[in-house]
Design a protein. Structure first.
Length: 208
């Protein structure tokens, strides 16, 4: 029975996926069906996010009530979550006037944290290059170090380093972009392969 249910579910999902792909082509006769399916996915995703937020609040609330280890951090998480939710509600209802409190909070906290993490990434790369050169002086480690220095120095856009800045921009635009796209293609192929295995019932979870 479980096997039959898995086959039926897989067939339904594969059929809906093919219909969705077909509807994305220009002039497709099932474009309206595809639009309805995409709207359903958006709604389901929003509900999933809401459930995730409620689950997060419930987990930290239980930690506070039980007095588990690290419960003060749970208090901070709850206060921050409630504050952000209230600010967004105030902005959506127009109670805050023309001020964008949610946007201000995002720029003051989220952007600052992401900038700090990006700055730490620079130090990690420099440290990794130094470790590579200390451990073994090979062509790969030397090339990594030279490219890293060129990109970092060229990012400063010093006027006196005209050709150097152009080389740095070319590295970021061509090899780095190509590598990033290759990684994304690999991730997409891996996700597609895993999805096909699940839909065809090849995943062990279907047989357990």
């Amino acid at each position: 029975m479980r096997r039959l249910l898995a086959v039926l579910t897989s067939s339904l999902v594969i059929g809906l996926g093919l219909v969705t792909l077909w509807g994305l082509f220009p002039g497709s006769p099932v474009a309206s069906i595809t639009a309805a399916l995409l709207q359903m996915v958006v709604v389901i995703g929003a509900v999933a996010v809401l459930i995730g937020v409620l689950n997060l609040l419930g987990v930290h609330l239980r930690r506070i009530v039980k007095g588990d280890s690290g419960w003060p951090y749970s208090v901070v998480v709850l206060l921050a979550a409630v504050a952000v939710i209230l600010l967004v509600v105030v902005d959506r209802m127009g109670l805050g006037g023309e001020s964008d409190l949610g946007g201000f909070l995002f720029n003051a906290v989220q952007v600052s944290v992401e900038s700090a993490l990006a700055a730490l990434l620079v130090f990690f790369l420099v440290y990794a290059a130094a470790r590579l050169l200390r451990r073994r002086l090979a062509w790969g480690s030397l090339l990594f170090t030279v490219v890293l220095l060129v990109v970092l120095v060229g990012w400063l856009q010093i006027p006196a380093l005209g050709a150097f800045n152009g080389l740095s921009e070319w590295i970021r635009a061509v090899p780095a972009s190509a590598g990033a796209r290759g990684l994304l293609i690999g991730v997409a192929l891996g996700a597609t392969t895993a999805g096909v295995r699940v839909l065809l019932g090849q995943d062990p979870s279907y047989r357990e």
